[in-house]
Design a binder for this molecule. Structure first.
Ligand code: PSU
Ligand code: MN
Length: 305
């Protein structure tokens, strides 16, 4: 695997010296945020990680290389309006690397590449999960590869839960089946991305970064699966419940009308939220991901790696 990795010198130095590093994904930039705003958020995320005392490593696949720690020019490329990057999940990495492809990495593929590079902590916005069946169908079998990746990679992922377009109960069950503990950060309620609470309980609560780090360190000794640290969106950015429910209903209608399936579902839904909310969802998205990567950096500092 190391033959396919290009690790930025600053990231390699930190890893060699046992200093804290935080992995960041690129799908949220290329497929989750509009051009212009994405580059601003990318810079802000890296700054938040640095301010908390860790080194950021934004990950993407560029021209057949898995880049661990994008340079400013590479970040611009990923965020460009005409970037034309594919969304690469874990299963896509082999072909993309071997065939010289380029693409943005999801939670699944970013976790795999971070682990291959020796990075254990990863901060992002939302996790993929189990999709609800379409009306009339018994099952879509659309279960994000993020869940499979978390079952097999010993990383700590900090996120704000999953969007309410997903089947939250089923998503939590799959995490349990795969021995992925869900730690609520200062809460026992699983967050629902734009909303602080989903009404579903998580099994553990931690109140500071040190507790999260200790839980992850102990879990890593015993299993090969991930730990999910669920951090609710900052209260002042939580989306109004009525607005949220309206946008979600409209978004689901849109998905049905356009017959959107598979990996396009999340990008199309996010785009609807962003345009139809007049930017409210963009501010929310930015606030939650900044808060998550800051917390990821605090945990990485506590872990000392
Ligand atoms: N959820 C969000 N924003 C995102 C994603 C999920 O609120 O940008 C992205 C992440 O990269 C995640 C991926 O790993 O979508 C999951 O896609 P899928 O459901 O196709 O596996
Ligand atoms: Mn899917």
């Amino acid at each position: 695997m190391t033959d396919y990795l290009t690790v930025a010198p600053e990231v390699a130095d930190a890893l060699d010296g046992g200093r804290p590093v935080v992995a960041l994904e690129s799908t949220i930039l290329s497929h989750g945020l509009p051009p212009g705003r994405n580059l601003k958020v990318a810079a802000e995320l890296e700054r938040a990680v640095r301010d908390a005392g860790a080194v950021p490593a934004t990950i993407a696949v560029l021209d057949g290389r898995a880049v661990i720690g994008l340079s400013p020019a590479e970040l611009e490329r990923v965020c460009a309006e005409d970037a034309g990057l594919d969304k690469l999940s874990w299963r896509d990495l082999g072909p993309a690397l071997a065939l010289g492809g380029s693409g943005a990495t999801t939670v699944a593929s970013t976790s795999a590449l971070a682990h291959a590079a020796g990075i254990g902590v990863f901060g992002t916005g939302g996790l993929g999960g189990v999709h609800l069946p379409l009306p009339g169908a018994t099952a879509t079998w659309d279960v994000s590869a993020d869940l499979g990746a978390l079952s097999r990679l010993p990383v700590l992922v900090v996120c704000s839960g999953v969007k309410s377009i997903l089947d939250l109960a089923a998503t939590l069950e799959v995490l349990e089946t795969n021995s992925v503990p869900v730690l609520g950060y200062r809460t026992t309620d699983f967050p629902a991305f734009y909303r602080r609470s989903s009404g579903f309980e998580v099994n553990w609560r931690v109140d500071d970064a040190a507790q999260a780090a200790a839980a992850f360190a102990a879990h890593r000794e015993l299993t090969g699966s991930a730990v999910l640290l669920a951090n609710p969106i900052p209260a002042e950015f939580e989306m109004d419940a009525e607005l949220h429910d309206r946008l979600l209903a409209e978004g689901l209608d849109l998905l049905r009308e356009r017959e959107v399936l598979g990996s396009d579902v999340t990008p199309v839904l996010l785009e609807h939220f962003h345009t139809a909310s007049g930017g409210v969802s963009l501010d929310a998205n930015e606030a939650l991901v900044v808060s998550n990567v800051r917390l990821a950096a605090e945990v990485a500092v506590e872990l000392g790696a």
